[in-house]
Design a protein around this ligand. Structure first.
Ligand SMILES: CC(C)(COP(=O)(O)OP(=O)(O)OC[C@H]1O[C@@H](n2cnc3c(N)ncnc32)[C@H](O)[C@@H]1OP(=O)(O)O)[C@@H](O)C(=O)NCCC(=O)NCCS
Length: 188
């Protein structure tokens, strides 16, 4: 028989979730009920146009449910919901790599189109960067940007990332050959 106060303590621990506060949004952990808005905002050719082809397009409810289920298993939390009024508006996260790249994860992010132009992505990049360098055993964060994605280049530059080079013709996206702009931030 477990003492009632122990159950109470466990409930508090289980319900403690990670949240990073921005000015008009937060970065929070995933919830099952995020799937609906994820499908709505992610199912957009203007979002897909600047992401890897593995980002589903069209983005179905099944894709959304699978993604959220995967996100619920994260430990530690490295991919967050970008939430406006606590509702999913986009996502931002780090993708860890194996082998010699183990301390240099890749940064990725996207926002539903209706939320563009409010400075959310820039602040979100700053928040996750500070969080990652202060809590994870990493020394560098890298972001790869398609050469036609000037918005995202601006976001990274405003967040303090450095353009470290351009990989010519490294991308084939939507039938077009593009360059890849590599941005990096190293741990101070
Ligand atoms: C890239 C993205 C996350 C930006 O989000 P956002 O919240 O609108 O970004 P911010 O408001 O923080 O900053 C955007 C900046 O780009 C600038 N900008 C907007 N359109 C631009 C354009 N066509 N060319 C150059 N800069 C542009 C804005 O003026 C702003 O800079 P400023 O503050 O100096 O005025 C969003 O557009 C998105 O989700 N795009 C699709 C997915 C994607 O590209 N993900 C990134 C993959 S690397």
């Amino acid at each position: 028989m477990v003492e009632p106060w122990i159950n109470y303590f466990i409930t508090i621990i289980v319900n403690l979730t990670m949240e990073l506060k921005g000015t008009n949004f937060s970065l929070r952990e995933w919830r099952t009920d995020d799937a609906e808005l994820l499908q709505k905002h992610a199912d957009n050719p203007n979002v897909y146009a600047f992401l890897m082809d593995r980002f589903p397009h069209p983005y179905t409810m099944g894709d959304a449910v699978s993604w959220v289920n995967l996100m619920l298993l994260q430990k530690p939390v490295v991919t967050f919901v970008i939430a406006v009024d606590d509702k999913l508006a986009g996502a931002i996260g780090l993708e860890f790599r194996d082998d010699i790249y183990s301390k240099a994860p890749l940064l990725g992010y996207w926002l539903g189109e209706e939320f563009w132009g409010r400075g959310i992505a820039t602040e979100a990049v700053k928040l996750i960067t500070n969080y990652a360098f202060s809590t994870l055993n990493i020394v560098r964060i890298q972001a790869a940007v398609l050469s036609n994605n000037h918005r995202s280049m601006r976001v990274l530059e405003k967040a303090g990332y450095i353009n470290e080079g351009v990989l010519k013709n490294n991308i084939f996206k939507n039938g077009e050959v593009l360059d890849e702009w590599v941005y990096g931030m190293v741990k101070a």
